[in-house]
Design a protein around this ligand. Sequence first.
Ligand SMILES: Nc1ncnc2c1ncn2[C@@H]1O[C@H](COP(=O)(O)OP(=O)(O)OP(=O)(O)O)[C@@H](O)[C@H]1O
Ligand SMILES: [Mg+2]
Length: 261
Amino acid sequence: MKDKERSSMVIAIANQKGGVGKTTSAVTLSSALAGLKKKVLLIDLDPHACASIHLRVYPDHQQYSIYDIFSSEPEGWPDLWRKVRVQRGEKSIDVVSANILLSDLDADLREKPGKGVILKHALSLVRKEYDYIVLDCPPHLGILLVNSLIAADLLLIPIQTDFLALHGLKLLFDTVNLLNKVLPEPIRYKALATMFDRRTRASLRVLELMERKMGDSMFKNVIGIDTRFREASAQGRVIYELGESRGGKEYAAVAKEIIAL
Ligand SMILES: Nc1ncnc2c1ncn2[C@@H]1O[C@H](COP(=O)(O)OP(=O)(O)OP(=O)(O)O)[C@@H](O)[C@H]1O
Ligand SMILES: [Mg+2]
């Protein structure tokens, strides 16, 4: 890859179950990839803007957000891409913030032809600038999730290692299977076990079940419970800015798995 022109991989981080570690994975993996000298663009597609806020890119302070890309015509995109990206952090990543206006997008775009491929087309203008483009998706099914899945080269599904989490997965696979019927190639996915509690047998059993069901479609590395993640988000930092941590190392190992794909 070194001597060739950059060709990015778009990674959509999605699960229709809430609170499974999507945003934590998006923010931490982006940072881990940047730490491995990769050029990363993180796009927050959740109207609640948790990833943006986590990185102190506050939507209220931003003149532009990903909403502007969705609500503009393609002629406006080159100029918007220049304005919408914010550089964040020492090992810098570019961030595009979300905005609460995104919650009206399904209604705004109801009549728009090609509304599912807007993000894919818009990203084609900036792909060559990045090694990885990470999409933090909202938990509910709608035009944002559909755009993300269609734009993605890889769907990364964080799965919390508890029994209820497996139940929520059916929803996401229903969505993926529906899209696969119209897409030229099936969506490639890989699941990541999150919030694994080493001390409980129940967690271990769920992990074994996941590994049995998903096989090679799971990352080998698992993310354990680490209270530092909450600390980091409360401070508007990524876990790597708090010093060494088990959680940070585990995501770095996943980042290496991604690079090796
Ligand atoms: N490995 C972990 N160990 C401990 N806490 C974690 C871990 N991963 C995430 N958390 C915490 O769990 C909560 C939910 O995580 P996060 O916001 O990443 O989930 P999400 O899937 O993006 O949620 P939503 O569906 O609401 O967007 C947050 O408070 C986060 O700090
Ligand atoms: Mg989230």
